[in-house]
Design a binder for this molecule. Sequence first.
Ligand code: PLP
Length: 373
Amino acid sequence: MTIPFVDLKSQYQALKKSIDARIHKVLDHGQYIMGPEVRELEERLEAYTGARHCITVASGTEALLISLMSLGIKPGDEIITTPFTFIATAEVIVLLGAVPVFVDIEPDTCNINASLIEAVITSKTKAIMPVSLYGQPADMDEINAVATRHGNIPVIEDAAQSFGAEYKGLKSCNLSTIGCTSFFPSKPLGCYGDGGAIFTNNDGLAQAMREIRVHGQTKRYVHTRVGVGGRMDTIQCAIVLAKLERFDWEIEQRLLIGRRYNEWIDSAGLQRVQQRPDRTSVFAQYTILLDQRDEAQKRFSDLSIPAMVHYPIPLNEQPAYKHLCCPDCTPVAQALSRRVMSLPMGPDLLEVDHERVVAALKIAIQQRPVLFQ
Ligand SMILES: Cc1ncc(COP(=O)(O)O)c(C=O)c1O
């Protein structure tokens, strides 16, 4: 039997009673847009992250877009970011007519290399957007320090993959000027459709974000700024509220499974994405590094183990983006995009399934050792 890459069915079965009750409550009160669950969730997430404001929005992409809009980003502005991420990170920059400036990544964590940021800051730099890739924050102290040195450039953490992670004891989403997360179903904290949230401690930005979320409206049918239709549905907020019930346990499970993978991968002499000691990754993905990745992935699929690639093409090599930055400017991202492969991961991954993944790796290594050097 094929092991699911992310097991959402088992999670639903475990939480069925609460999720169903929460959904029915919304159906009963009928406030599908901006119902009471929206603010209830925002308050819970403010308490969880320690951020003063949480603004729920329609998706992680919308969270990034609204954040940039709240900072007044305009055509020609430059936003520093990583090329090794999901397309949404750069897409929102380009949608506003701004220019993504891609900085190369660290070879061990695959996160933006903070030591390379200062060299690309110009008078046009209006934000720095690190991504907490695979569930692990980047070197946020170093990034915030560079931003402060250059006139308090706002830092937006794209925390779409890292809700629940920690950096030096602080929660992801509350590590910089703004944090943006996604509740896409397979994310560490997911809903059953699209959803996302923005976090900030800045009252002015929070107010702007709340207005932009509802078409720039300050009073009913009074639009004081340009906005978007960016609200998160009440039912999706209700689902996330139910899922929070066992979220701490889920994080513990992710850490346990991550540790088990680490031990085995290290003892087998394979290479993997490293976790730094001062941060906790929530392992949105568990990722190993292989020289002949595509062949290894095929061997895995023959053994009924799904393996996925996040991400096969750096953003500065994507057809719609490559004219924005020379693809060869980020050699580490280029090399790693050809080597990364993610293994099944999730809080409901049973020990027996985890052992099957490891056993499949062993078989694949025995059969074609050259693939795994
Ligand atoms: C790093 C990153 N940024 C942004 C997004 C966009 O989130 P959403 O799919 O909720 O729009 C994702 C989702 O895959 C992501 O992984």
